[in-house]
Structures are given as C-alpha cells and as structure tokens.
Design a protein around this ligand. Structure first.
Ligand code: G6P
Length: 604
C-alpha cells in the first residue's frame, strides 16, 4: 500500500527520500516518485515499477545543502499504475503526496475543471494540489489556503504538500491514514507514514492524530487539531534497533520469515507462560469481567488467525465467540451489545477496514482489544488494551510468522480466560502450557521436509485448481494454506471444511484437481480421512499432510508425531507455507512482492 516520506534539512535530500521509500517497499507498490524544492526550483521524478527504476531515473540528479523533499510509493486505487498517476502530483507551483482516498474528489474535480484547471492524472489525489492553488489565489496565505483545502476534503488521508510560495515548509494533514514527524539533534525534520524509514535518522517522533494538520519548517513544528486549535507535539523516543531485515542467505524474505518462526514464537511466549498459568501483564485485570461474548474482526491472514481463535475460545474459555470479516462488518449494521469484548487482529495495525470496525466498537461503548505486531500503530493506540505478537518486522507480503504468533497469542489468551473463569481444570491448563512450550521446536523447519517440498512442487504447477481441506482448526489452516498459494503463485486455490466437499465442491474432482488434505492424528482423523477417500474415489490428485501414513494419497508429506492437535497445527502450517513458497519460486514469481498485493491495506 502507499507509503510517504518527507524531509527538511541540509543532507542529501534525494538519497534520504529514496532510502526512506526503500524501507516502505515491503508494503507493496506499483510506482514511485519524489519532488525536491531547492533554491526555488522543483525537481520531480517518477517511475513505474520497482524503486530501482526511480533510482535509475534520478542517477544524474544531485541535491546538496538545504532542500525540502517529499516522496511516495503508490499502490494504484484511482487510475492505472502509470507515471502520470504516480505521486507527487503537480499544480502550478506546488507538489502533493497522499495516502488514502479523497471520497469527494469527483465533485471537486468537476468544479476545478469548470474553472479551467487541466488535470494530468486519473487520481483522486491531484484535486488536493489544484484545490490548494485555487485557494491560494483567493488570495490567502499559503497556510490558510492549505487549512481551507483540508477542510474541503472528505475521506481518508495522510498528505504532504510543498509549494514555491513558502519554500522552506512542508504542509501536512492526517485523517484516517498514519503519519509521523521525526526530529534529530541536527535539526532535521523527517516525515513518514510508518516508523521504519525514520529509525536511524531520528531520535524522537510525534504521531499525528486524526484531524491534525499544520506545517513544519527548519525552526518550527506547528500542529493544529480538527477544531483549528494549536497543540504541542508529544515526542516519544524512537527505537534505534533497525531490525532492518536482511535476507541472511535466504532466497526471499518470506523464506527467512518461515525459518524465523521458531525464534519469534519463543519471543511471543516469553514472560507469558509459567508452569501453572498464563500471564498477560499488559491487560487490564478486569478486561474479561462481565464479558458474555467475544467478537473477533480482521482481514486476510489475520482473519484466519481469528477463525482459529474462535474454536479455542469456545473450547477452552466457554465463551460464545463470533468472527467477522472487517469489510463486511462495517456496513452490515451489526448489533453490538455492551457485554461483548471486541477484538481486532492485525499484523500492521493499520488496515483501514479493521481500524474502522475498532472505531465503531469504541463508539458503541464496547471494551476493545487489539492483537497486533506493530507497537504504536493506529489500532494499538486506539484500543483499550493491546497484546503485541512480537513477530518482528515482516517484509514478505504473504504473511507467515505474523500468523504463527497471532495463533500462539490466541491459544495463550484462551487459556488465560479459561484460568480466570475456571472453565478448564487446572491440570488441563498446565498440560496445554507444556504443549505451548513445545511450539518453537515444533515449527523448526525440517531439512528433509523442505527438500521433499522442493521436489514435490514441480508436480503442482498446472491443473485447474487446488482444494485445501481440513476440519476444526485445520479448516482455518486450510483457508490460510490456500491463501498463501493464491497470493504468491497466482494459481487458483480454495480452502474448505473437509465435511463440505460433498455439498458441491466435489463436482470439480478429477485428476487435474489437487487436494491438499490436512489429516491430523489428534483431531477428527477418521472423519477427515473418509472425506479425503471420497475425493480420491473421484480421482482427485491427493497430497496428504499427516503423521499417519495414508495409502490413498498420491503424495504424502509426513509431519512429526505430536502429542496434541495444536502442535500438529503448527507443523502443518510450516508445510503449507513452504509448499506455497516452492511452487511460487518454480513459477519464477516475485515471492516477496506478489503482483497486485500490498502488505498494509490502508484504504477500504
Ligand atoms: C493485506 C496483506 C495480507 C494481510 C491483510 C490484513 O491484504 O497482503 O497479508 O493478511 O492485509 O493485514 P493486517 O495488517 O491487518 O493483518
């Protein structure tokens, strides 16, 4: 999804902007651009595709001494990924970059066009710069013109604007899309749409709130809230640990992140499990008091973690639990009762639809909790309580280690609530705690399995589709396996509950339909096996994943013998991630940045 950087200072502005954009690459984008204002002159470069294209275009462009600059990576929403649609967008003498969506852009564009303004792009963003310049001519001082413009916009935005009429200033506005300003001892000012580009550059950062707008100069950071009242920045120390993931010999970040799961899961468990109980010191002690229902809400992979959690909460904590896809929940006029704990799950903490449901729940007066991987993200700042998953920066667009840590947190949380409510015998909680301790070892990638999957992958590059099937928590895992494959191989894959096959999907069964069957020894093994046999009888090609040998399978991927179905879950998760990875590599795809996808979807 789109990313923003900005800089005011004396260093090499071009390099700082490009380096900042590189740190945002993992979010997914299809074009990029920068605009630099130096000695009263603008330089603007844009390129479609990867940042190397922009680097190539700017190779003869140099900046030194004082300059102001803004940069952007664009993930197309309004208009195709072309150079004209890439940001920054130009008016007569100003440039703008924007994340989010301007919902009333069509009306504004119509009015501006009637006044003779010529638009170069198909984007919603371009109206911002033209509207600003219209207001500037009314005549207004540049900041007044900017404030007026912001008041005229509807929708979600994080905006930076630079103009020749105030050449040492960057104007900013934030509403519904993240934006941060950072400072350092050298009196430089940086902007970014997330922490990552600022780590190593800034010592302190201020997170803008929704409705904030203002300007930054070498001397001043002026912030106004939505009522126009000036407020002081609230600086927080920025971590100096770049954690800037390097591939460390792995072919792709996704592969590295699959291998890292053992370490990050150990981090997730750290300090949260003792021999007898689960502890979440970060939670208010009364969070679950009076809670009769849990509602989980998320998108994509996080939704699959939520679905897994719903089985665990009902099984362990005996609390009625429902799961919602955030984009659906937003508009279906849901009934929200105050005895419901509303839980959002998000790797990034910025997904627009999920964030909006959190706002809805807060407005309805529900208690809220977020399970998130990014501290200080919008959701973490908004929810009443937060549990951080501690997966570290995830760069691969296809989520792996974030999912693993989400499920581990939910497993722990279900036992934590079970402990509070005494819904499971103490001995059972203790037994499951010993299982949790085994998770980091369980997800260590087995060399032989990885080798087998590398070889096997060549048999699964064609066909008319994949079914991933499982029962109980292995159904959400099947959905996740299918999503992983879809995301990075572009092959058609669907996840189904094994028991549903005979209600329609089995009509597709033939040798060119590949069924990836999850057959855990400790969860409904016999029932799941008969479902697979029904598919095998109709000649579907079966690839079984199990600890128990299965003679009806065309291919068999063995997992280690585990004591419990949840450990089988984690082992199978790794198998499905590696299978998707190896198929994608064989197909020659860009595993880390698959086509059309974005790491963090900050528009609805
Ligand atoms: C995007 C990503 C997915 C992710 C989903 C939800 O679609 O490509 O990998 O699962 O957003 O993201 P979140 O950050 O809220 O977990």
């Amino acid at each position: 999804m789109c990313g923003i950087v900005g800089y005011i200072g004396n260093k090499n502005t071009k390099e700082i902007l490009l380096e900042g954009l590189k740190e945002l690459e993992y979010r997914g984008y299809d074009s990029a651009g920068i605009a630099v204002l130096q000695n009263g002159t603008f330089s603007n470069y844009k390129a479609v595709g990867k940042l190397v294209n922009l680097e190539e275009k700017t190779k003869d462009f140099t900046t030194k001494d004082f300059a102001v600059g803004i940069g952007h990576t664009r993930w197309a929403t309004h208009g195709k990924p072309t150079e004209l649609n890439a940001h920054p967008h130009l008016g007569e003498s100003s440039y703008v970059v924007h994340n989010g969506i301007i919902e009333n852009y069509a009306e504004l564009k119509k009015e501006l066009t009637q006044k003779g303004v010529v638009f170069l792009s198909q984007t919603d963003t371009e109206v911002i710069v033209h509207q600003f310049e219209k207001n500037l001519k009314t005549p207004l001082e540049p900041f007044e013109a900017f404030a007026k413009t912001i008041g005229e916009l509807q929708g979600a935005y994080a905006i930076l604007l630079v103009t020749k009429s105030q050449p040492e200033t960057i104007y900013f506005a934030k509403h519904g899309s993240p934006m941060i300003v950072g400072i350092n001892a050298e009196n430089e000012k940086y902007f970014a749409s997330s922490d990552t580009p600022l780590i190593g550059q800034c010592s302190d950062v201020h997170y803008f709130e929704d409705g904030d707008y203002g300007y930054v100069t070498p001397k001043e950071i002026a912030i106004f809230d939505k009522s126009g009242i000036k407020k002081q920045p609230l600086f927080k120390k920025l971590s100096t640990n770049k954690l800037s993931a390097q591939k460390e010999g792995y072919r792709f970040f996704m592969e590295k992140e699959i291998y890292e799961q053992s370490v990050v899961l150990a981090d997730t468990l750290m300090g949260r499990i003792s021999d007898k109980e689960i502890r979440f010191d970060e939670l208010p002690h009364d969070l679950f008091e009076g809670v009769q229902e849990i509602k989980l809400c998320a998108c994509g992979t996080s939704y699959h973690a939520a679905l897994t959690a719903s089985y665990l909460f009902e099984r362990h904590a005996k609390i009625k639990t429902s799961v919602e896809i955030a984009s659906e929940f937003r508009y279906r006029e849901p009934i929200m009762s105050k005895d419901t704990l509303f839980v959002v799950i998000s790797q990034s903490g910025e997904t627009a639809d999920t964030l909006e449901t959190l706002k809805m729940a807060k407005e309805a007066g529900l208690k809220t909790l977020v399970i998130c991987n990014v501290d200080n993200s919008s959701m973490v700042r908004l929810a009443d309580a937060a549990i951080l998953t501690r997966a570290g920066i995830e760069k691969g667009v296809a989520s792996t280690k974030a999912f693993a840590t989400q499920v581990a947190v939910f497993w722990m949380l279900s036992l934590y609530v079970a402990g509070e409510r005494k819904s499971l015998p103490k001995e059972e909680i203790e037994r499951q705690i010993t299982l949790l301790r085994e998770v980091p070892a369980t997800v260590k990638v087995d060399d032989a399995t990885h080798e087998q999957l590398k070889r096997l992958s060549k048999r699964y590059l064609h066909g008319h589709g994949f079914f991933f099937i499982g029962r109980d928590v292995f159904y959400p895992l099947a959905l996740e396996g299918a999503l992983k494959l879809k995301e990075i191989s572009y092959l058609h894959a669907e996840g189904y509950p094994s028991g549903e096959m005979k209600h329609g999907p089995i009509a597709l069964a033939d040798p060119e339909l590949f069924t990836i069957a999850l057959l855990p020894q400790h969860m409904l093994y016999e029932k799941a096996k008969s479902n697979v046999e029904e598919l095998s009888a109709r000649d579907s090609t079966i690839c079984a994943v199990s600890a128990v040998a299965f003679d009806k399978a065309d291919d068999f991927i063995p997992i280690g013998v585990c004591k419990d179905y949840m450990l089988e879950f984690f082992e199978m998760m790794v198998v499905l991630q590696l299978l998707a990875l190896e198929i994608s590599i064989r197909l020659g795809n860009d595993v880390d940045m698959p086509r059309n996808l974005a790491k963090s979807v900050t528009v609805e």
